[in-house]
Design a protein around this ligand. Structure first.
Ligand code: DLL
Length: 432
């Protein structure tokens, strides 16, 4: 197990001292290596020497997903491309991905954070772990993989997409742990029951994340598979999985705060909030070399609290997520902005700009239905034409999101018109 007691159980004063030291270094580093930050600081008359410690954090400007998008693909990198050994990407608001880059040291620090998280869940080199997050541009697969290997666990890179094979290998290899999204694990649990394999599997631990899930859902997973389930959090911009994780006491997620300096800010005023106050979670990366970020607003809504946990860790904790401050949806683990769907539809001459998105969870798998208004001149009862247009729209949406959606064509002017802010989404899942 990798329990980095020095970092995870450090006294508050020492942690503040370490964070301050790293913050001062970081501010100088980004000022000298990232034009974007230099300009941003100059614009508000801030010099690196004005930042003397974490108490000055609030003076620094925020960074947003849009900043990453505007500097696509490598504009915010602080090192030359020759020092970047890996890139990942996640979806952006307008189809352009947000690209993140890692140096060798970043990959090492990432593996350490994930290893700490997996250790919190009790995983050790005696475990056989199936990593069933997607491998590829998404950070889930490779992020979890490197952490699991760092612990010395036997790591099985399943990725996503073949549940039958996963269950066969779970049984044949006697896998003891799995890392995947919580909804997928519930889906797997049903397949396992259907196949009557519950008594043959040896699973004892699951590390689930990448999408919101409730405490009730965690308990459902635990009882349906007779295992312990843990919540792991992270986001590509900041690193990937491993920013925070809960321990066996499930009293909040411990942040790897020697690497990521957290804040909770008020949604309206963006002013820092105190413990137990709900707001937007913001991170400053304290050790990243490739893509260091100052006050990155995750838009995830939660609260933060200090104090020693029953497990002995002193690291600051965040509560389960209560929602998002923007309209991002996570569907089958994929981050989706309604604006991406809108952009895909606007490109098609047969349909109007009116649409409605319905997200649901059926048999523990997310479903996405898009109701699309057909333009008067293209509206018809002819089955062939309906099928052709449906396919065309489904293809455009798939190209934009990388997800399959059920397309429902509706009559011209049949969708609700809004006088104020339009409501494009009905999310029937109970995620928060
Ligand atoms: O989802 C990284 C990850 C992979 C985390 C595997 C955990 C496990 P992104 O695709 O950039 O990165 O999505 C990040 O997903 O801002 C949250 O809104 C949401 N999210 C991630 N983990 C959790 C969680 C990965 N445990 C976005 N609970 C974040 C709730 C989560 N939401």
């Amino acid at each position: 197990m990798i329990w980095n007691k020095e970092m995870e159980c450090m006294s508050r004063d020492k942690m503040t001292e370490l964070q301050s030291e790293r913050l001062v270094k970081l501010v100088n580093y980004v000022y000298n290596n990232v034009e974007f930050y230099k300009k941003k600081m100059q614009a508000i008359g801030l010099k690196p020497s004005d930042i003397k410690g974490v108490e000055d954090l609030y003076k620094l400007p925020f960074t947003t997903k849009d900043d990453l998008r505007d500097n696509y693909p490598f504009g915010l990198f602080a090192v030359p491309k020759s020092k970047i050994v890996r890139v990942h990407a996640s979806s952006g608001t307008t189809g352009k991905a947000t690209v993140v880059g890692y140096t060798k040291n970043d990959i090492e620090a990432w593996a350490e954070c994930v290893a700490r998280c997996f250790s919190m869940a009790g995983i050790s080199n005696d475990d056989i772990i199936q990593v069933a997050y997607g491998y590829g541009l998404f950070t889930g697969g490779l992020g979890a993989h490197y952490g699991a290997e760092k612990i010395g666990a036997m790591t099985v890179p399943m990725s996503t997409g073949n549940s039958k094979k996963l269950i066969t290998m779970m049984t044949d290899f006697q896998a003891t742990a799995i890392a995947c999204t919580p909804s997928y694990l519930l889906h797997l649990s049903e397949l396992i029951k259907e196949e009557d394999l519950l008594s043959t599997i040896k699973l004892k631990t699951a590390i689930c994340g990448a999408e919101p899930w409730t405490e009730e859902m965690r308990k459902q997973i635990e009882s349906s598979l007779n295992i312990s389930a843990f919540d792991i959090y992270g986001l590509s911009e900041v690193m990937g999985p491993g920013v925070a994780c809960d321990c066996k006491y499930h009293k909040g997620l411990h942040i790897c705060e020697d690497h990521f300096l957290p804040e909770i800010v008020d949604s309206k005023t963006k002013q820092p909030l105190g413990d137990n106050q709900l707001g937007e979670l913001v991170f400053t990366t304290l050790t990243k070399e490739g893509l260091p970020l100052i006050r990155y607003n995750t838009k995830d809504l939660t609260e933060m609290y200090h104090g020693t946990c029953d497990c002995g860790r002193t690291s600051v904790r965040i509560g389960k997520f209560k929602g998002r401050a923007d309209d991002m949806l996570i569907i089958r683990g994929v981050n989706v902005f309604p604006s991406q769907i809108e952009a895909a539809l606007v490109g098609l001459e047969e349909v109007s700009a009116h649409y409605h998105i319905i997200v649901d969870r059926i048999n523990n798998l997310d479903t996405l239905e898009i109701q699309v208004e057909v333009k008067e001149e293209y509206f018809t009862d002819e089955i062939r034409s309906i099928e052709t247009l449906t396919k065309k729209i489904a293809h455009a949406v798939n190209q934009a999101l990388g997800l399959n959606a059920k397309i429902k064509l509706v009559e011209p002017k049949s969708l609700t018109r809004f006088e104020g802010k339009s409501v494009h989404v009905t999310d029937k899942r109970k995620l928060y």
